[in-house]
Design a protein around this ligand. Structure first.
Ligand code: ZN
Ligand code: ZN
Length: 233
């Protein structure tokens, strides 16, 4: 079975990314990626209020727009499959900047509030048939912070409730995640063009959503690679 080129953490103009969904998908499709997930921010209510008060646009996929977001991703997924044979898995990044945890929900079907506690969020993702990933749990060189420090501070409690942890995000490798032998993936956390060349995941499995989710969960045919640009195939 072939190895699939994957990236499970990508933002668009639905939140604070620079490009609309179709453009992002074209970039990945033309480069030859096999599987991507669009994961725009869904912000906790306190952070959303702060963001809106600052007059910033595209802070978050708000609950009242969630169906529209899903529909655009379904349409884009079909386009990506027909054009490049690339699988697009709709997702979200549950972003709690008040309590400081960011969690990817991949293949979620309904809105989930990031105001919920970590265990509740993961339970809800699983109830919807999705998988969960603990995002950038350690200090990032490019920003000097750890926006998910709550997850790392409580890693013993959360070690196995996530389907995987990000062992790499953008340019950063989190050795500590590897040392703990947690299930892992590596993602770009794409917001703008320069984030395209970054750590990504290789998975060996069939190219369909259920097989990809199972491969992340079992984590026995997974690898990292540092994408340097250009065409993969
Ligand atoms: Zn994040
Ligand atoms: Zn992100």
């Amino acid at each position: 079975m072939e190895w699939l080129y994957c990236d499970f953490h990508i933002h668009t103009t639905w939140s604070d990314g620079a490009y609309p969904v179709k453009e992002v998908i074209r970039m990945y499709g033309e480069a030859g990626f096999d599987v991507i997930s669009i994961t725009d921010h869904v912000l906790d209510s306190q952070s959303l209020l702060g963001c809106n008060n600052k007059g910033e646009r595209h802070c978050s996929v708000e609950q009242r727009h969630f169906t529209e977001y899903r529909r655009e991703l379904w349409g884009a997924a079909r386009y990506a499959w027909e054009t490049w044979n690339m699988l697009v898995i709709p997702g979200i990044e549950l972003t709690n900047d008040t309590s400081r945890y960011h969690i990817l929900g991949l293949d979620v079907k309904e809105y989930i509030s990031p105001d919920l506690g970590v265990e509740e969020i993961v339970r809800e993702i699983h109830a919807q048939g999705g998988i969960s990933v603990a995002c950038h749990p350690y200090i990032r060189n490019h920003s000097g912070d750890a926006p998910s420090e709550y997850l790392w501070a409580n890693r013993d409690r959360f070690a196995t409730i996530f389907d995987a942890w990000e062992v790499a995000n953008r340019d950063d490798l989190f050795n500590v995640v590897g040392l703990k032998k947690f299930n892992y993936v590596a993602n770009s956390d794409f917001h703008e063009e320069k984030h395209f060349r970054s750590w990504k995941t290789l998975l060996r499995c069939a190219k369909n959503t259920e097989a990809v989710k199972a491969a992340v969960r079992t984590n026995d045919a997974v690898s990292l690679f540092l994408y340097r640009g250009g065409k993969l195939k």
